[in-house]
Design a protein around this ligand. Structure first.
Ligand SMILES: C[S@@+](CC[C@H](N)C(=O)[O-])C[C@H]1O[C@@H](n2cnc3c(N)ncnc32)[C@H](O)[C@@H]1O
Length: 339
């Protein structure tokens, strides 16, 4: 066998081992959170030894050898470092993903992955095959699951909100009238926008059962309704991580209602969604494909879309002009105009 063939075989085999054991990364992360290691390191406030971490873990029979082996892997994976690094913005943000890690690695979601092949064979969500109902109904029945799910969504939404406000700040300054956040949940995003851009008249629009739980926010009006029926009139519309949960047909209906709600000449919609680039080399391109599978697992008609998919949807929904603005975050901003 030629050396190059041998090298290629070894590389292929190594990649396969990596894939076989990919799940151990999320399991090790979960373990670290369950043991409270992140909090121990943070509350220590400086470089910390293994024995100090061990002392912080609540266990009378801690196996420090096992702890060392766990930490060794996570250092190798760049989750922790053996060298002191001054705390910066990046590491603070990473902490905010804790609820998301806990949700994704929770048995109730992990078991869904075992039904992935069934999803491919028959369609339908893997979650419903395991639990007999969709996520929304399951959350309705289980307050614990509901909290876990909402906390996970909230922590990613917070992260994205910060990046949008930073990456798209000039545009928010240029809004001269009203902005409605369609499917805005409890209104955190528009509340953040008006805080930095108080000249905007902000409306948070969502289903009645969501709006009833929405806290009063300075400068935000909450309006309940159904986006498939009508959307409140505004100069601009924000649709953040809403359309990826719906089929193309439903998205077109929503977009047509958006087009009716904004001025034909000057109106604009801002869609915050991931734009799939299956062969891209960007930092989030592979994660985008993973999120697409997560949508397959959890959302009956949900999917992530490529730029071409977005272009077709927008055109059919009454928005022939669009521009994609990359921000330093997993989703991009897709700005679209009816004229
Ligand atoms: C994935 S969440 C996104 C929430 C928020 N935009 C964010 O980025 O965190 C989708 C939102 O759409 C809302 N929604 C679903 N169907 C709706 C409808 N028919 N009319 C209005 N809002 C709806 C849900 O209640 C939920 O708050």
């Amino acid at each position: 066998m030629e050396l190059t063939t041998m090298e290629a075989m070894i590389q292929g085999e190594a990649k396969l081992w990596g894939n076989i054991f990919a799940f151990t990364d999320s399991m090790a992360l979960r373990c670290v959170l369950e043991l409270g290691i992140v909090d121990i390191i943070h509350s220590h406030g400086g470089p910390i030894t293994l024995s100090q971490i061990a002392a912080g873990i609540d266990s009378p029979s801690l196996n420090i050898d096992n702890l060392a082996r766990l930490m060794r892997l996570l250092v190798r994976k760049d989750i922790f470092t053996t060298h002191h690094q001054p705390s910066d913005y990046g590491s603070c943000e990473a902490l905010n993903l804790v609820p998301f890690i806990l949700m994704q690695s929770h048995p109730e979601l992990m078991t869904s992955w075992l039904c992935l092949s069934q999803c491919v064979k028959e369609g339908g969500t893997a979650f419903s095959k395991v639990h007999g109902c969709e996520v929304r109904d399951f959350a309705h029945k289980s307050p614990k699951f509901n909290k876990m799910f909402n906390d996970a969504m909230a922590c990613t939404a917070k992260l994205v909100a910060e990046r949008i406000l930073w990456g798209y700040r000039d545009w928010f300054s240029s809004i001269n009238g009203s902005l409605v956040d369609v499917g805005g949940g409890t209104g955190e995003m528009v509340a953040k926008i008006v805080k930095t851009h108080p000249h905007i008249k902000a409306i948070n629009f969502d289903l009645p059962h969501v709006i009833t739980t929405a806290p009063m926010q300075l400068g935000v009006s909450h309006i309940e309704g159904n986006m498939f029926e009508a959307i409140p009139n505004a100069d601009a519309i924000l649709l953040k991580r809403v359309l990826h949960g719906f089929s193309d047909e439903d998205c077109i209906k929503i977009l047509k209602n958006c087009a009716k709600a904004i001025p034909k000449k000057t109106g604009k919609i801002i869609i915050v969604e991931h734009v799939l680039e299956p062969n891209g080399n960007g930092p989030f391109d592979e994660t985008g494909l993973v999120f697409d599978l997560i949508m397959m697992l959890l959302a009956p008609s949900g999917k992530e879309r490529t730029e071409l998919d977005w272009k077709k949807l927008l055109k059919e929904g009454g928005f022939p002009h669009h521009k994609i603005i990359k921000i330093p975050a997993f989703p991009s901003i897709i700005e679209a105009h009816p004229a």
